[in-house]
Design a protein around this ligand. Structure first.
Ligand code: AHM
Ligand code: MG
Length: 318
């Protein structure tokens, strides 16, 4: 049998993602009509967060699709305490692992606000033919071979990169096809939007408080206060900043002493997209893609968005 090229492999994974997200998009679009898929599942995940029914549905949909595509040997996701190894002959020979947040923005599911799926693909480091190991999952973001997200917003959109720029595809609901709508996306180097949960401001380090004051002052490059925009769905806040320019910040706060967002399936994939589009993603002190992961659900502080805005925010920190 002929060996697939890397390109063909990634196309197969991408097709799995479009299949699962098209199905999920249909469920989300009709969610208000189907009470059985809205509300809480009744379980708490490993992060101590109450799972929503759609979180669980999304997780299952993506796992089944990756399992079926034949070239993914295992996955890790926000909704599973441990990584999942696909234990069958075909999958054990798969070359790739996928990390994903099946439905980001859980608190917005029941209130009809944009949510999304975030994914990150790595080539396995363990031997083909065996089950994947934790080492396959704990690779630094620099090793990503593909990353992106699907945003279930006013339209459903897939944005991804294989390390050669960023492209956006919009789902045509009439045909079920994702069509190229945003070619070679570039994040503006500067912007006038900042996104942060300002309810936490009194808990933030002094340098960050000063940066937020700078955003609200006329001292920034626009000569006018920036506009605050916080959706509370990382993927939607990120997407707005990718298109219009802006910064998203989730810092260390006392309720989240290591930050709130997860390195492997939230921060790394969006950092990859940001960099590929000319933006920047850091912990405030270090490039996100250089962080060496130590555990599956590791959290980090997150500063991501327009290059000059992230640099400026970092300059305010000690
Ligand atoms: P989730 O994956 O459970 O939805 O958690 C991640 C979310 C981000 O989408 C969002 O930016 C942030 O957590 C919101 O947190 P907060 O409600 O503390 O502002
Ligand atoms: Mg999330």
């Amino acid at each position: 049998m002929r060996e697939f090229t890397s390109c063909e492999h990634l196309a197969i994974i991408l097709e799995a993602i479009t299949t699962a997200s098209t199905e999920l998009s249909q469920q989300i679009r009709g969610a208000g009509l189907h009470n059985h898929i809205l509300g809480q599942e009744g379980r708490v995940n490993v992060q101590g967060e109450v799972q929503q029914k759609l979180d669980v549905l999304a997780d299952r949909t993506f796992i089944q699709t990756f399992l079926g595509c034949g070239i993914v040997c295992g996955i890790a996701s926000e909704e599973n305490d441990e990584f999942v190894a696909f234990d069958n002959e075909v999958s054990r020979n798969g070359d790739f692992v996928v990390m994903f947040d099946p439905l980001d923005g859980s608190s917005n599911i029941d209130v009809n606000v944009s949510i999304g799926t975030i994914f990150s693909v790595y080539r396995r480091v363990s031997a083909k033919g065996s089950l994947p190991t934790l080492k396959d999952m704990l690779q630094p973001g620099t090793e990503q071979v593909m990353a992106g997200y699907v945003l279930y917003g006013s339209s459903t959109m897939l944005v991804f990169s294989v390390g050669k720029g960023v492209h956006g595809f919009t789902l045509n609901p009439a045909t079920g096809q994702f069509c190229l709508s945003h070619h070679a996306m570039q994040m503006p180097e500067n912007g006038r939007f900042y996104a942060m949960n300002e309810g936490n401001i009194l808990e933030c380090e002094e340098g960050l408080v000063r940066y937020i004051k700078y955003c609200q002052s006329r001292e920034n490059q626009t000569g006018m206060p920036y506009s605050g925009r916080y959706i509370g769905s990382l993927v939607a806040d990120f997407h707005r900043n990718l298109i219009k320019g802006g910064i998203y910040i989730y810092p260390v706060v006392s309720s989240a002493p290591e930050g709130r967002l997860r390195l492997l399936y939230e921060c790394n994939p969006l950092a990859f997209i940001a960099e590929q589009a000319g933006g920047l993603a850091t912990t405030g002190r270090q490039r996100i893609l250089d962080v060496i992961p130590t555990h599956l659900h590791q959290r980090v502080p997150y500063f991501v968005g327009s290059k000059h805005m992230v640099e400026k925010a970092m300059a305010f920190l000690d």
